[in-house]
Design a protein around this ligand. Sequence first.
Ligand SMILES: Cc1ncc(C[n+]2csc(CCOP(=O)(O)OP(=O)(O)O)c2C)c(N)n1
Length: 374
Amino acid sequence: MSREDLLTMADTASSEPIQLVAPDGTRHRHAAFDAMLADVNDDAVADLYVDMVAVRRIDTEATALQRQGELALWPPLLGQEAAQVGSARALREDDFVFTSYRENGVAYCRGVDLDDLLTVWRGNASSGWDPYGINMATPQIIIGAQTLHATGYAMGVKFDGGTQASVAYFGDGAITQGDVNEALAFAASYQAPVVFFCQNNQWAISEPVGLQTRVPIAQRADGFGIEHLRIDGNDVLATMAATRMALERARAGDGPTFIEAVTYRMGPHTTADDPTRYRDAAELEEWKEKDPITRIEAYLHTRGMAVDGFREAAQHRADDVAEKLRHGITTMADPEWQAVFENVYAEDHSWLERQREQYGRYQDLFSSDAEGKA
Ligand SMILES: Cc1ncc(C[n+]2csc(CCOP(=O)(O)OP(=O)(O)O)c2C)c(N)n1
């Protein structure tokens, strides 16, 4: 079956998202997607389950740390574990990932140091990690800007004759941004090896997705001449298959692919948000039924796997990760005040020097000497 055939079969942009595992664990067959998962046996699915449990635990632990005053802010990903784990586990180590602030599950799969995951949210560092250490840029707060970075990177790979791909993760709200539309236009023009991975979690803070688009998001890609896939983003197998398919196209020189992973943000936008003010409680209940983790448990049960065994393994991993996260953040030394001036400009200049000096004088007001004089 040619790649074109695979994509034609998988092309359901305007219909129901492609699903391989239903919420009750039933496995649906899909020739093109199943072909992408030929090597994914039950043990590999159980590994994805363990990853998702660990990622959910990172999220709940970080939310608790924020509530306890250890972090300034946290953007929860509760409900989006399958979209993030399935896609991230499809990547090759040398692919390069560009994300927004919510892709902490992707960062976990890329192997980010757990301390590095939280330092920015504590205000201890101006950036999270060395992007070249894990081939993943630090999170972008400007909505959609990372799609341009990913496209530029992919164009570079293409000009250099490489086989890596880049992946841009963004939300449904981002599709309204000019940056994203420019990125799609450039990616299509240059047939860049980039995957656009849109997690449609239904809300851009308090704005529902219906305000961003009148057609399914995946369909937007059509206007740019970009292949697209619309998948159930709460189904880790569908997510993995779609991302593998898109990466295969990128490596074969067939250009960009746009994936819309239909999912749901079960928590608030950030810990500073209160979703009960804008969304219906029934909507949340409806999506809880589609939980990405319980469906894989149910699926593995239908496969005759010892569910208790891998549930326990997942629990251990999650406990371990949570303990490391908490220990790292609560024992982290506060940065020196001068650090805020570092890594902003390539070289010092007189304005920076003056600001540092003024801030230093301000800091002196709090020194023990100053207190003595008061
Ligand atoms: C260019 C820009 N405009 C506005 C904001 C403020 N803002 C932060 S998050 C957000 C909503 C983003 O929603 P979406 O793209 O759906 O991603 P999600 O947060 O749901 O993952 C907005 C408007 C911003 N960070 N950058």
